[in-house]
Design a binder for this molecule. Structure first.
Ligand SMILES: [Zn+2]
Length: 341
């Protein structure tokens, strides 16, 4: 979707690795040499943090496609798609970018973290899994983090939704317990094209309110629509609620523990904050002419920020059976999960 727009993330990582090698000490070749080669499931969502607000997230999808997103001060800085091959016997991971490839030796620490060495570099770059296995309810690691998967039982204090959910986030952001138009956390609610505030029967470019059919161009309604008349959460739920910003969506996904689970019989992502409060994002799918809804497997949540480099796209967070990412065509109808003002 967005090829050739970004500096290659792998080049960034090579530069990063180079700078870290130069300042690191205590390489322990003997210890590395003794480690057993153990293979675990490499598919998933991984995070490498080189600062609290500066990190790289990598998706390694089951279909051999991948995606990397670099965050700078909590905001998306670069992203890049790739394909990959992983040999579980040799633990060799080969990443194929547009015109070149990188090889890395994966050294497992446990099933939820690994370090890798690019092309013989000794520096340790540790990736931690950002999503637990489905229905991983039992405390297999003995780390006291059980109960994060399986079936969630209590998210809201009562049935008077919407509630304000405090996950103890650094920004102070409070989230809504349910989607726009939903009356419970597991309900899908409405589906909206970016910037539209009413639902439609057909979602394509021709019906998109901010697509000019004469010029075949997307109409600029601003780079940031949170809290405006284009913000469906603000328009439909009042002044207390609005669409999240890109940074708020990023913080929600990457500052918390989360797992795929079910709540009242609906599959989704259960997010658990440091304070143990929880938020549930149902797999509501998305609406687009010619495509299935894919509810139960996929979700798509809008942020209020357009992609300023190409205003056909706006930022979101999507998580699907084929992969995950952070932007989509504006005309496609997504869910909206409000934040409290
Ligand atoms: Zn609630």
């Amino acid at each position: 979707m967005k090829k050739n727009r970004f500096l290659y993330v792998s080049m960034l990582m090579m530069a990063l690795l180079g700078s870290m090698v130069a300042t690191s000490c205590g390489d322990d070749e003997e210890e590395v040499g003794k480690k057993e080669v153990v293979s675990h499931k490499i598919q998933g969502m991984w995070k490498y943090a080189f600062g609290d607000e500066d990190f790289i997230v990598m998706f390694l999808n089951a279909d051999s496609t991948g995606y990397m997103i670099e965050y700078d001060n909590g905001e998306i800085d670069k992203n890049k798609a790739f394909t990959y091959n992983y040999n579980a016997e040799t633990n060799l991971l080969t990443v194929y970018w547009d015109t070149y490839q990188d090889k890395a030796v994966v050294q497992w620490i446990n099933e939820d973290s690994f370090r890798w060495n690019f092309d013989g570099d000794k520096e340790i770059m540790i990736w931690n899994r950002q999503i637990l296995d489905e229905d991983n309810a039992d405390d297999a690691e003995g780390d006291g983090m059980d109960g994060m998967g399986g079936t969630a039982s209590l998210i809201c204090p009562d049935d008077n939704h919407p509630h304000i959910i405090d996950l103890g986030l650094p920004s102070g952001t409070k989230w809504c317990c349910c989607n726009v138009d939903a009356t419970a956390p597991e309900e899908f609610g409405g589906y909206y094209a970016w910037g539209e505030t009413s639902e439609k029967s057909v979602y394509d470019e021709n019906t998109y309110a901010y697509f000019d059919n004469n010029t075949a161009k997307y109409i600029n309604i601003g780079s940031y629509i949170t809290g405006t008349s284009y913000d469906v959460a603000h328009v439909k739920m009042g002044d207390s609620w609005c669409m999240p910003t890109n940074a708020q969506l990023t913080e929600l996904i990457f500052k918390n523990r989360f797992s795929i689970t079910s709540y009242n019989g609906v599959r989704g992502l259960l997010i658990t904050g440091q304070n143990k409060n929880q938020l549930f994002l149902p797999f509501a799918g998305k609406k687009r002419v010619g495509y299935p809804l894919d509810a139960g497997d996929d979700f798509f949540y809008w942020a209020g920020n357009v992609d300023e480099e190409n205003i056909k796209f706006a930022y979101d967070f999507y998580f699907t059976s084929y992969g995950a990412g952070i932007s989509d065509w504006r005309y496609i109808a997504h869910s909206v999960r409000p934040v409290h003002k």
